[in-house]
Design a protein around this ligand. Structure first.
Ligand SMILES: Cc1cc2nc3c(=O)[nH]c(=O)nc-3n(C[C@H](O)[C@H](O)[C@H](O)COP(=O)(O)OP(=O)(O)OC[C@H]3O[C@@H](n4cnc5c(N)ncnc54)[C@H](O)[C@@H]3O)c2cc1C
Length: 376
């Protein structure tokens, strides 16, 4: 990993965020022949992953990348494999952070850590990126700040009395014996599993029934990994599921938390209910630089560029095209080469080094792999 200088220079690209998307798209920039760029990261590479609860593991399995074009589901660079680097199939957040740091080092990515971006201003046909270390000048910006920093903590009366699972360091030391979890998708099942394995009683509420959704798309239905965990004897014994039961209100009365459902049923617990209701929709800091889709996500060109401010690109789980949701790494990595190619083209570079991406089934200039509604 190379320390990069920020001032007295006009960059071709500034990548904001050194997570899976920022590191992955940076490797694609290099493959496109772009060297005049810098990654600006407010903490350190892979910081969001380091903040996951200690016991939480990837639900998407890692299996070593191989030479016939099968990329490890959690890999973010061709020829790399989280499975190979880490020797595990379902990495913890901390392990995945190690993989990202190893990649940044191997590809000698120019990274400026401990530097937060707080504003982007258009200046003619370039941008001034305002950071805690001063203003950086650039022709293009890739926004890759992820969603982990925006846990969804509102949604019903008293949700501020609850605790989002993104703020939990470890389930091991969590005090309390009886837990209410609001949200029964991946994070909710993950929390319920770890608590149940420690003999805690859990009531898991969801407004729908993700445990029985028959879609083959893990962006919609529960992963196989979580389904397997739900069959664990301690999960079966200790977790009670409440489908189609949205929580309408949580209030605290003395040492007790009362959770009231939409149909007026009440449930008590002695510990703050846990929120496993996901994250916000897209990056609020640059909301003014993107038009919005009806569902609130940023509206993007077919190259993931802002439709109202050319030169600003979005990478990561907030990317949406039509009904395609790119929330998993193996999905949004498909867009890295598309973005790198668009920027290379705007800089007048041929980007031949990206052709290899096709051999790995990655998109280069197409919007979708098959042109059909995506369930893959
Ligand atoms: C508990 C949990 C389990 C998950 N399991 C899986 C899984 O099994 N498989 C899968 O594919 N995905 C999984 N995901 C989703 C996956 O972690 C995210 O899609 C991924 O982290 C997104 O990568 P990113 O680079 O966009 O964001 P991040 O990894 O969050 O990286 C963004 C980076 O930007 C930095 N940053 C933020 N704001 C600024 C700023 N203003 N200036 C400078 N830097 C900034 C942050 O510090 C951070 O390092 C999981 C997520 C969670 C929370």
């Amino acid at each position: 990993m190379m320390a990069a200088k920020l001032h007295g220079h006009i960059y071709d690209v500034v990548v904001i965020g050194g997570g899976a998307a920022g590191v992955g798209v940076s490797v694609a920039l290099k493959d496109a022949g772009i060297d005049n760029f810098v990654v600006v990261e407010r903490f350190t590479i892979g910081a969001s992953f380091a903040l996951w609860p200690a016991e939480t593991r990837f639900i998407t399995p890692s299996f070593a990348t191989n030479s016939i074009g099968m990329l490890d589901l959690n890999a973010i660079a061709i020829g790399s494999s989280a499975a190979h680097v880490l020797g595990v199939e379902h990495p913890t957040g901390e392990e995945y952070e190690t993989y990202l740091r190893a990649l940044a080092q191997y590809f000698e990515l120019p990274i400026h850590q401990h530097t937060e971006v707080h504003k982007i201003a258009e200046q003619g046909d370039s941008f001034h990126v305002h950071t805690t270390a001063g203003i950086v000048h650039t022709k293009h910006v890739i926004w890759a700040t992820g969603e982990f920093q925006f846990p969804r903590v509102r949604g019903f009366v008293g949700s501020d009395l609850c605790r989002h699972t993104a703020t939990i360091e470890s389930y091991r030391g969590l005090p309390g014996e009886d837990f209410i979890i609001v949200g029964g998708y991946e994070s909710g099942v993950d929390a319920a599993y770890h608590l149940a394995r420690r003999g805690k009683q859990v009531r898991l509420f969801d407004r729908g029934c993700p445990w029985e959704d028959e879609s083959s798309d893990p962006s919609v239905a529960l992963s196989t990994y979580s389904r397997e965990r739900m069959r664990d004897p301690q999960f079966v014994a200790n977790v009670e599921l409440f489908a189609h039961t949205p929580i309408a209100e949580v209030e605290r009365v003395g040492a007790v938390y009362n959770a009231t459902t939409h149909d007026g049923k009440q449930f008590q617990t002695s510990v703050p209910p846990l929120l496993a209701v996901g994250f916000g929709r897209g990056p609020p800091k640059i909301a003014h630089l993107f038009a919005r889709r009806d569902d609130g996500y940023p509206l993007l060109s077919e190259h993931d560029e802002s439709t109202i401010v050319p030169g600003i690109f979005l990478c990561g789980p907030a990317v949406r095209h039509d009904n395609q949701v790119f929330c998993f790494i193996y999905k949004y990595r498909q867009r890295f080469a598309v973005v790198a190619k668009a920027i290379a083209t705007s800089l007048g570079l041929p980007a031949q080094g990206l052709e290899v991406y096709r051999n790995w089934g990655m998109y280069l200039d197409d919007l979708s792999c098959c042109g059909q509604e995506c369930v893959c």
